[in-house]
Design a protein around this ligand. Sequence first.
Ligand SMILES: Cc1ncc(COP(=O)(O)O)c(C=O)c1O
Length: 398
Amino acid sequence: MDKKNKRNLKFDTLCLHAGHDVFETNSIVPPIYQSVAYPYESAEYAAKLYNYEIEGFTYGRMDNPTSRIFEDRLAALELSEKSLLASSGMAAEFIACVGLLEKNDEFVSSGTTYGGTNQLFTVTFPKFGMNPRLVYNPENIDNWAEAITNKTKFLFIETPSNPNLFIGDIEALAKLAHDHGLPLIVDNTIGSPALQQPVKFGADIMVHSGTKYLSGNSTCISGAIVGKGEYIDHIKATEYRNIGPAISPFNSWLLLLGVETLGLRMKKHSENAQAVAEFLEGHSKVVSVNYPGLQNHPQHELAKKQMKGFSALLSFVTKGQLEDAKNVIDAFNLFIHAGHLGTSVSLATHPAFSTHQQITQEERIKLGIPDTMIRLSIGLEDINDLIEDIDQALSRIS
Ligand SMILES: Cc1ncc(COP(=O)(O)O)c(C=O)c1O
């Protein structure tokens, strides 16, 4: 095996070794390079570095050796050429999109995204003259085709989506995008590369909230963009450099520790979530359950085709009114009520009043997020303890 080029290794081995050469750093654990500047060998070297003619480290806002290890590792896990870390998932999305847009350009996105993404697209981007066209029935590819104009610069899909677990057809969307000469961006936060590698289905660019499964235990806000070398070099030399959303080296190091167990965690998360979804499906206090691993999920077959497991996020609608959903949330003993997902402990959230609270109620209904929806992020605990906690919380509904 070539010690430097580890790209041929299997997924779980890449999670531990890609991007890091223990003999180069003389350390089994990748070191934290807590430095904002790096000495240049010569004036000639510096000039080439700043002109992106050679790979190296210029200044901490642009690059960092600890971050580079994770960037190389994530690129390997996503079967892509390069990646770029950012200070948050939102920062990564902003840079990934803005790097493809000019004033008066448009892009097409599924309406079923995380609330923060919805606000970035519908409130922030229009301020810069960059306009989204949201597709509200994204399962119908014709709706995407109709939204494309001669101003469109890319298509964007979050799959699985937060919080209603819509599954976008990556292959069909990539084909549509490519037929129009456009790239497809996939938010791969919920699947993570352990369960879904969108490149296999033709996607061009992946964005991540590293805050979730990639780091895995709620220790760092972080984000990443993954794609072709030319595209990553372009955004790095322009918007990333000009805006300054760099990640801290310590957070890159936390990502490196977390990603070591990504494959193991995603398998266990998926097993636990499947069991919870099946339990909820048969519960008398539950109206409906959204989980792609369930046979009756509208895109179950598609999820099976493009995912290796169905991840840990699920949502369900309780019987009764808003007050009943609130009572359930307050009754949890083990599930922690917090606006977060994708971590080792189980979490419960009330999307209408937290993650999707900025969206109007009318829009939420359109997006399939009723006030009685509860979102669960299933952790790595013993499944019997989780089910017992859910059952006792649901018993608060009369
Ligand atoms: C699917 C998805 N993408 C992006 C984000 C934004 O990530 P961050 O909170 O790291 O900025 C989130 C946050 O919950 C998310 O769920």
